[in-house]
Design a binder for this molecule. Structure first.
Ligand SMILES: [Zn+2]
Length: 112
């Protein structure tokens, strides 16, 4: 599996660079030694999903075209009664599609 811009977990990892719980100081354990790239964000997102973090896309009140993410660790998810859902978007959020294609271009450029 590769990075999926329709998956809010992958998208949130990409957009926020890493996942910080918004209910407590927990930070999802990331691997600073790995090179950043779409595979990296995909792995972070999917590991957070496997560890029952709650990640949901929500509207960004400051930017109608933007997107933001509700991110909660498994403990806070329980505390707030929110369960992880694996809902996929039909199409990636425009801003995510944009970052994603920029990164793909960059990665292709590095490989060339
Ligand atoms: Zn938390």
């Amino acid at each position: 599996m590769h990075f999926n811009p329709c998956d809010p977990y992958d998208a949130a990892a990409l957009y926020d660079m890493w996942l910080n719980c918004q209910g407590c100081p927990a930070t999802f354990d990331f691997e600073p030694s790995r090179p950043l790239g779409l595979d990296y964000y995909h792995d972070i997102g999917q590991r957070a999903k496997a560890e029952r973090w709650v990640v949901r896309e929500q509207d960004d009140p400051s930017d109608p075209l933007g997107v933001s993410y509700l991110v909660l660790c498994a403990c806070c998810g329980d505390r707030f009664g929110m369960v992880p859902e694996a809902a996929l978007r039909r199409a990636p959020a425009p801003v995510i599609a944009e970052i994603c294609s920029a990164l793909r271009d960059a990665e292709a450029g590095v490989a060339a």
